[in-house]
Design a protein around this ligand. Structure first.
Ligand SMILES: *Cc1c(COP(=O)(O)O)cnc(C)c1O
Length: 364
């Protein structure tokens, strides 16, 4: 059997290791495993979500409302946009997939940061297009601007970014957008925007302002991070109706479940839970920074719920990740990005304690 030749160039996405794997491979008790690998909310999700879902389980034989009217309305209210500005995806990942397939022709180019979310490039290659990257690890819009000569069809700006956690100022992003051709779609991947906005209001990009000034931009958000619904797969895109209508043509019906939709609506309604989670996150982040400074680790100031820790040249982050894993702590090795670094999700205080303690043990 012959598969499309572009598949030869695609590496399967390597997701954070699940707790079950550590239990299976290392015989560790599930309750002793600490997962700090996938930027999940360590508090879980709002209690309101859980009680809502319980009331809905008797109805799961019904297909969901394929227009996702109730969720779009909740998001439209939150962001002061219209339902026609919104598309729902199975995670915001699926929105990138729709974008790629709706826009890219064979041989087109897509511009992204050197170090960023790995899925953009995978969707780009699936479409037979190619990725152009900037030269610097952190987002630098001067470099994006220099690459506009390649006439990209799509530009991905990840702010805050993953896996390094840096974030762009809104004003700088808007200045850059003025220089981009209206024929280019600019994706503002705002998966961690809730965190950045709480840490520094200058980082806040409001989707309503964004699309009012730049009709060629789309804002993507997710319920997987601050809202704690990673397992239910809900994300969204906010853009001009013309863009949203095009993306809808790429969507299969019923692309998120009825439980996912109800959970997202409840989660959106419990901002107190989100704010509590974020306040905890930055309190604990401070401990990571102190730990790094005391341990010969270099870090990038993070606007997210994770921190990238760079190791000295004579120490291997990969080996350290493996040693941590054998002891039940899962973190993300950044070797696949060419970095001698680990990405660690900020967990509960006790989980972070465990990480600090084990790091000292395994780096001896
Ligand atoms: C987690 C993440 C997403 C979205 O994840 P979904 O679970 O698919 O919504 C998007 N972009 C970045 C940078 C992320 O880290």
């Amino acid at each position: 059997m012959r598969f499309r030749s572009v598949l030869d160039e695609i590496k399967t996405y390597e997701a954070g290791k699940p707790i079950e794997l550590v239990v299976r491979d290392y015989g560790i008790n599930p309750s002793d495993v600490v997962k700090l690998a996938s930027n999940e909310n360590p508090f879980g999700c709002s209690a309101k979500v859980l009680s809502k879902i319980a009331t809905l389980t008797p109805h799961i034989h019904r297909y969901p409302d394929d227009s996702y009217y109730a969720l779009k309305t909740a998001l439209a209210n939150r962001y002061s946009v219209e339902n026609s500005n919104i598309i729902i995806g199975s995670g915001s990942d699926q929105i990138f997939e729709f974008i790629s397939h709706a826009i890219l022709e064979q041989g087109d180019t897509v511009l992204q940061n050197k170090i960023t979310f790995a899925m953009y490039d995978i969707y780009t290659r699936q479409a037979g297009a190619k990725t152009i990257r900037t030269d610097s690890d952190l987002h630098d819009l001067a470099q994006f601007e220099a690459n506009l000569i390649h006439n990209p069809k799509i530009i991905y700006l990840t702010t805050p970014s993953n896996p390094l956690g840096d974030a762009l100022d809104r004003d700088v992003v808007f200045q850059f957008l003025k220089r981009v051709s209206p024929e280019t779609l600019v994706v503002i991947d705002a998966a961690y925007m809730e965190y950045a906005a709480a840490k520094d209001p200058k980082k806040l990009i409001d989707p309503k302002d964004l699309i009012a000034e730049f009709p060629n931009a789309i804002y993507t958000g997710t319920f997987s991070k601050a809202y704690g619904l990673g397992g239910l797969r809900v994300g969204y895109g906010i853009g001009e109706p013309k863009i949203i209508e095009a993306l809808h043509k790429m969507r299969a019906p019923f692309n998120i479940t009825s439980l996912s939709m109800a959970a997202a609506i409840e989660a959106l309604g419990d901002q107190e839970f989100v704010q509590k989670s974020i306040a905890h996150n930055f309190r604990e982040m401070k401990r990571y920074e102190i730990f790094a400074d005391a341990s010969e680790l270099v870090f990038v100031g993070s606007y997210t719920n994770f921190i990238a820790l760079f190791f000295p040249h004579n120490q291997s982050a990969t080996k350290t990740a493996k040693a941590l894993l054998e002891r039940g702590v899962i973190v993300r090795d950044l070797a696949s990005y060419g970095l001698n670094a680990l990405r660690v999700t900020v967990g509960l205080a006790s989980e972070n304690d465990r990480f600090f303690e084990l790091m000292q043990e395994v780096r001896k």
